[in-house]
Design a protein around this ligand. Structure first.
Ligand code: SF4
Length: 61
C-alpha cells in the first residue's frame, strides 16, 4: 500500500490540515504546495486519507 497525493484535488492555498493528524510526522509541505508523503516515516495508518476534506490524499493498494 502506498499513500499518494492528487495535486489536482489540492487547492494549494493553505497549510495542509492533515499534517496535524499524521502520528508519524510523515506529511511535509513546502509553503502552500500540495503535501508530500515521506515514505520512510509513513506507517500507512490512513489518518491523512480520512482527514483531508478534499480527498486529495489517497491510499493505493
Ligand atoms: S498514512 Fe498515516 S503515517 Fe502515513 S502520511 Fe498519512 S497520516 Fe502520516
Amino acid at each position: 500500500m502506498r499513500i499518494s497525493v492528487q495535486k489536482s484535488r489540492c487547492p494549494q492555498n493553505h497549510r495542509c490540515p492533515s499534517i496535524r493528524v499524521c502520528p508519524a510526522g510523515a506529511l511535509e509541505q513546502n509553503g502552500f504546495e500540495a503535501p508530500i508523503v515521506n515514505e520512510e516515516k509513513c506507517i500507512k495508518c490512513n489518518q491523512c486519507v480520512k482527514y483531508c476534506p478534499m480527498g486529495a490524499i489517497q491510499s493505493n493498494a
